[in-house]
Design a protein around this ligand. Sequence first.
Ligand code: HEC
Length: 104
Amino acid sequence: MRIPTTAALALALTFPVFAAPPVKPARLGLCAACHGADGMATMPGAPNLAGQKLDYLREALRQYRDGRRDVAVMRAATGPLSDAELDQLAQWFAAQTPHPQAAP
Ligand code: HEC
């Protein structure tokens, strides 16, 4: 049986840690240019995020947004985002599968 999108979304919001696969975040476009939509970085100097631990990603994103990690590009990207939006992005990247990259 196919679960309606709204029900899946409600589930994802109610049980964020256990919802799999996560809903594609509306704000993913803010991050994809540097970190890749699949969490494999496309920009020199940007870290891969695919498969990183969820709690680490959540905390790192709050640190950038709140200025505890003072990195201008990340502060600009996370500045306008709510806790819920950061969590959605953390869940998305944590759920991606890292894959080998071609040598530069
Ligand atoms: C302009 C390029 C750029 C954009 C856009 C960007 N990032 Fe980053 N991100 C970086 C760079 C560079 C770093 C490394 C910063 C540092 O040294 O702490 C980083 C670091 C991170 C880290 C920490 C990784 C770690 O291992 O500690 C996370 C998580 C992250 N970004 C998520 C995001 C998310 C989510 C978005 C979208 C809201 C985003 N980034 C947008 C460039 C970018």
